[in-house]
Design a protein around this ligand. Sequence first.
Ligand code: NDP
Length: 400
Amino acid sequence: MNKVLIIGAGGVSNVVVHKCALLPEVFGEIVLASRTKSKCDSIAQAVLKRTGKQIITEALDADNVSETVALIKKHNPALVINVALPYQDLAIMDACLETGVDYLDTANYEPKDEAKFEYKWQWAYQDKYKDARLMALLGSGFDPGVTNMFCAYAQKHLFDEIHHIDIVDCNGGDHGKAFATNFNPEINIREITARGRYWEKGEWKSTDPLSVSQKFDFPGVGERNMYLMYHEEMESLCQNIPGLKRIRFWMTFGEEYLTHLRVMQNIGMTRIDEVEYKGQKIVPLEFLKAVLPDPGSLAENYTGKTSIGCVIEGIKDGKKSRKFIYNICDHAETYKEVGSQAVSYTTGVPAMIGAKMILQGHWKKEGVYNMEQLDPDLFMEDLNKYGLPWQVEEWSNSVK
Ligand code: NDP
């Protein structure tokens, strides 16, 4: 029977554990480990109540490789699902290598002292994973994750050549707070305040943070202003979609959110370097995380929907074609189902499906893989089955 070790006990983890618990034929035993064991215990209790499945819980500091190695040896899982923070990726990949276990995550490694997300650190494990005959699946969340799969599906079934991809991400929900982030505030704010970047004709082009925007009519939500940002899946997609000429990533933000962010930036609260405070060193952004609402706590009163997809332009049967592949997810429905808001849900469900693909042998490979390098068909079927149904439409309006 397959045993999995899930590391991290935040918003995304709650969804992964619930969804794995509902598939005992794939995930026979589940061990949940995180820095704060009480958070693992609350998820385990909620899962037991909803699904009847017992979850084993453990305390773990995953920055410490030998601690993770010892825990893996104790439980002997077939796969480690990393839904802690991007800072832990390399340490957990090392522990998996040392113990001979496959690895999966939802976000690429970021060094703590520099807001820079790049695959180079994890891609550097390619030979080590190949030699050990292990698989590391990178970015099996929604974006990255499902968005990569939408592109792989489009490449396989909808286009002969893909020229342009615009990934558009809208959270049209309302949690009733003046300011809160939908996933880990530290990671989220580092991402949003970074310079924008997109890839065109083989080159990266850079823009001032949130300086390029346009309106987009999101299915299920309506018209919203979306902003050009850098996002990690572009780095692998621009290499893995042959013939691609341009790829961009856009995310929506409300005026209220942007005003709060601007003020926090102007007063130095989003800094990631240490400052001296009453004889102690503190990082302002880490302190800000401590006073902002826990993303998990937003779920109860969240209304509205997320609407995320890929507008893809290219050629099919000698003619120009533009398609939009997307998913709409309702915050109140995901709360009813697993007690989480839709941003955690849209990340946790693909993490479970990616794990299922590996454990069932459909995606069992050797080396380090981004999602679009794998066959999309069974994964896309499972999205429909396990809570993230998707649509494909002819799309008349181009993204400017
Ligand atoms: P949370 O902050 O809610 O949860 C993170 C969890 O990791 C917490 O339980 C935290 O423990 C734990 N953790 C942090 N450091 C360590 C450590 N050293 N050892 C063990 N556990 C640790 O984050 P989310 O659940 O919102 O996000 C989880 C991951 O999913 C992140 O990497 C995020 O970037 C990614 N993500 C990916 C998306 C996608 O679409 N691909 C979208 C959204 C998120 P503690 O409670 O003690 O702090």
